[in-house]
Design a protein around this ligand. Structure first.
Ligand code: B12
Length: 438
């Protein structure tokens, strides 16, 4: 059948660029991942996560009722802290310097993701004017942290998300706020261990948004465009022969950049996509599923700006995620705790074998060590959307404001790509918890 001319002319506008398509044979696997994420979103015992909502909205198949319920839970979670205007909260817009205590960093990233979610739900702009003001306020707080210490109080990742969310809402930003990101990108200051690709991608998405939505003058727009294309080229150069850019969890972010900047080389995008499809089982948590789903549907966070919310197919039903299979038997893991920072009294603070069930995760190993020697081995983890985040070991607390954290490694020096609840060490493996700076 021949297509009418008008349809042929419209096709490039409605289909993703040819190089950025998803292989047809993979539709079932992508659908199953979306259905599993939906299943996790339907679990009322889990805290709602704006990144999960965004992924559900960016997918091409939906369960509108479940999405609506999830949005309501998110609105409840965000209503409390942001129910009042900034003035009512006792802040003027620019007195941020005194408002951020060391214990309470600005919520730049979380609020940015929520605002992106509200746009993806096509909520009328007037309903979240106060939130936009809060986000601008957080960016200023982050900016002041940045000015004092050479980096944002939160991270460049969150700062980039903040700029992106305001841009998607078509809000202008002070040039200084944008230039801070541009300088960090130009001088290679965005990265720390292992998250350079993710952060670079979020920043490149923010730059591309500002440029495409014409929210900056011509000269700055040209600089932002050049920077975003530079990031995209850098990612293409970093791509391994296996198609992975950085690690498997940062690869979806590289693909978002290829999509958004329109710079994807056919082979780079499709090799990255093939790597994701080959490794879909690595995306087992709600947070990682939410980060991979948009690109599996050929979409980036930039597409949120043009979402219409019309005629969405009600074709997806939630699927339960199977818990990882129990492995019979036991294993022994060598648990090492190191503190190489200048103020530590000793490098190796703990080193002993810990017997655990064969399917135990790092968390299981830590719990077993604590049960073996309750007066010696203690640890603490904090819940986050990515799972439990290790914050304290042997009474030593990793401090956000000092920018240190408990890094997880497999001996001799391989950083883990998963958190304590998800990584399952092998029998005989040596696991290192190393207090590090980032
Ligand atoms: C910044 C960052 C960090 C910073 C966070 C400090 C800070 N104050 O910002 C530092 C350097 C401490 C860090 C540490 C780690 N990170 Co990290 N991190 C990120 C990054 C780039 C941005 C997170 C963010 O700000 N999100 C926005 C906010 C709004 O969302 P959020 O979920 O509330 O973010 C908080 C938590 O996610 C938490 N967090 C950060 N990383 C991790 C990792 C895990 C496993 C957990 C449970 C929590 C957690 O800190 C964030 C800020 O408070 C992401 C990139 C990404 N694609 O998500 C990687 C990312 C989340 N990190 C990752 C990893 C693997 C780690 C480590 C396990 C690395 C290691 N080998 O030690 C450790 C965690 C160890 C521990 N103690 O439990 C992976 C997780 C993959 C997965 N399978 O889930 C990601 C996706 C990077 C990647 N591409 O591999 N990280």
């Amino acid at each position: 059948m021949r297509l009418p001319l008008v349809l042929l002319l419209l096709l490039p506008a409605v289909l993703p660029a040819r190089c950025c398509g998803v292989p047809e044979g993979s539709a079932g696997a992508v659908r199953a991942l979306g259905a599993r994420l939906l299943g996790l979103a339907g679990d009322p015992t889990r805290d709602p996560d704006p990144a999960v909502y965004l992924a559900l909205r960016l997918a091409r198949e939906h369960d509108p009722r479940l999405e609506q319920r999830y949005l309501e839970r998110l609105q409840d979670a965000f209503r409390h802290p942001y129910g009042r205007s900034l003035q009512a909260h006792g802040h003027s817009r620019w007195d941020a310097e005194h408002s951020t205590s060391a214990a309470e960093p600005p919520q730049t990233g979380r609020l940015a993701l929520y605002l992106l979610g509200l746009r993806a739900a096509c909520r009328p702009p007037r309903s979240h004017r106060t939130l936009v003001t809060w986000l601008k306020h957080y960016l200023e707080e982050d900016w002041i942290g940045s000015w004092q210490d050479g980096h944002p109080l939160t991270s460049y990742y969150q700062y980039g998300l903040g700029v992106l969310a305001l841009c998607v809402h078509h809000k202008r930003l002070r040039e200084g706020v944008i230039r801070r990101l541009l300088t960090a990108q130009n001088y290679g200051r965005l990265g720390h261990h292992g998250s350079l690709v993710d952060t670079g991608a979020v920043v490149a998405l923010a730059f591309t948004c500002l440029e495409q939505r014409k929210l900056v003058g011509t000269d700055l727009a040209a600089e932002l465009r050049a920077a975003a294309h530079g990031v995209s080229r850098g990612m293409a150069e970093l791509q391994g022969s296996d198609g992975i850019v950085g690690n498997i969890y940062s690869t979806p972010w590289a693909l978002q950049v290829f999509l958004a900047t329109g710079t994807c080389q056919e082979s780079e995008f499709s090799r990255g996509m093939a790597a994701l499809l080959e490794n879909l089982e690595a995306f087992g948590t709600a947070a990682t599923m939410a980060q991979v789903l948009p690109v599996l549907h050929g979409r980036s966070y930039l597409d949120i700006a043009s979402m219409q919310c019309r005629e969405e197919p009600d074709t997806l039903t939630p699927l339960d995620t199977e818990p990882p299979a129990e492995v019979p038997g036991n294993k022994t893991v060598q648990l090492v705790v190191e503190c190489p920072l200048p103020w530590c009294y000793e490098l190796r603070l703990y080193d002993r074998p810990v017997p655990v069930p064969a399917s135990a995760s790092v968390l299981g190993v830590l719990q077993a060590a604590a049960a073996l020697e309750p007066h010696v081995f203690k640890f603490h983890a904090q819940d986050t959307p990515h799972g439990p985040f290790l914050t304290q070991v042997l009474g030593l607390e990793a401090r956000r404001e000092k920018r240190n954290y408990w890094r997880l490694l497999r001996a001799p020096d391989t950083p883990l790509q998963m958190g304590i609840a998800d990584y399952r060490p092998e029998d005989g493996e040596t696991l290192i918890l190393r207090l590090s700076e980032w």
